[in-house]
Design a protein around this ligand. Structure first.
Ligand SMILES: NC(=O)c1ccc[n+]([C@@H]2O[C@H](COP(=O)([O-])OP(=O)(O)OC[C@H]3O[C@@H](n4cnc5c(N)ncnc54)[C@H](OP(=O)(O)O)[C@@H]3O)[C@@H](O)[C@H]2O)c1
Length: 245
């Protein structure tokens, strides 16, 4: 459990969607370090929140992550909260004639490998004897049951679930709590033009942060909570519904 006041917080993908709403909620009472790929959106974020520290880095590149970590080191003596939020989702199917093979590696690297890398690099700044700190991985209901489109995205989120749980075991004897938030469909640029009945990004961010404040390890939000229940009771039905979602 981490009280979200006076903290040094690193968040990836804080320029749009859920991440942006998290920044909006945390900026006033904390010091934020935001990593994202698009310079213009980062500049706009800094104009809106002048106290935020921004870092342009493509999380698909290991060298860019190292540079970002260097900047974090020069700004923060300690990190209290790492929010691994950035991700991309490619919807074309493998059977589509224009399926882009290069997207496979990029999607896996941004959504999964970069989370592992950044976590490993920042652990020395999270681990301490005299305070509580936490890592939050932003996950998806699709980690529990995949849909037909976005096969690679679903697989990266399932990998993120397993990674989160195993890392939690590794850090059990330390001050670092390891959380994950399973999001339902949320109205953000990632889901623009598709889906219905979406949760707003502001509501999703509120749930995410309430989960951290309450110390909920695996936080199933909105319809992701129903999905989890359905998978426990009737896994075949849950998979059938999600297949066509
Ligand atoms: N929206 C949903 O329905 C939904 C559902 C379940 C889970 N989630 C999860 O929620 C999280 C946030 O998603 P969202 O919907 O808010 O997405 P979003 O609005 O598309 O935002 C994604 C953020 O990630 C950053 N980003 C993407 N690729 C990057 C890269 N290579 N390097 C650095 N930053 C990068 C983007 O910044 P730049 O464009 O500037 O790089 C942006 O700030 C993700 O982990 C997503 O998987 C979303």
């Amino acid at each position: 459990m981490v009280e979200l006041k006076g903290k040094n917080i690193v968040i990836t993908g804080g320029t749009t969607g859920i991440g942006y709403e998290v920044v909006k909620r945390l900026d006033r009472e904390n010091t934020l370090f935001v990593i994202a790929g698009n310079r213009h959106r980062l500049d706009a974020l800094q104009r809106e929140f002048p106290r935020v520290l921004i870092c342009e880095a493509d999380l698909a590149e290991a060298a860019a992550i190292e540079t970002a970590v260097g900047m974090i080191q020069s700004n923060f003596e300690r990190v209290d909260l790492l929010i691994n939020n950035a991700a991309v989702q490619h919807t074309p199917r493998f059977t589509d004639p224009d399926f882009d093979h290069a997207s496979i590696e990029r999607e896996i690297t941004v959504n999964f490998t970069s989370v592992c890398r950044l976590t490993a690099c920042l652990l020395p700044y999270l681990i301490a004897e005299d305070r509580a700190s936490a890592i939050v991985n932003v996950n998806s209901g699709l980690a529990l049951a995949p849909k037909t489109d976005s096969a690679v995205y679903c697989a990266t989120k399932a990998a993120l679930d397993v990674f989160t749980r195993s890392l939690r075991y590794q850090l059990a004897a330390t001050n670092v709590a390891v959380y994950q938030a399973f999001m339902p469909l949320v109205d953000t640029p990632m889901t623009e033009g598709r889906g219905s009945g979406k949760m707003s990004a502001a509501t999703a961010a509120n749930h995410l942060l309430n989960g951290v404040a309450r110390g909920i390890e695996d936080h199933y939000i909105g319809k992701a909570k129903m999905l989890r229940l359905l998978i426990t009771l009737t896994p075949w039905l849950a998979r059938r519904i999600m297949r066509g979602s």
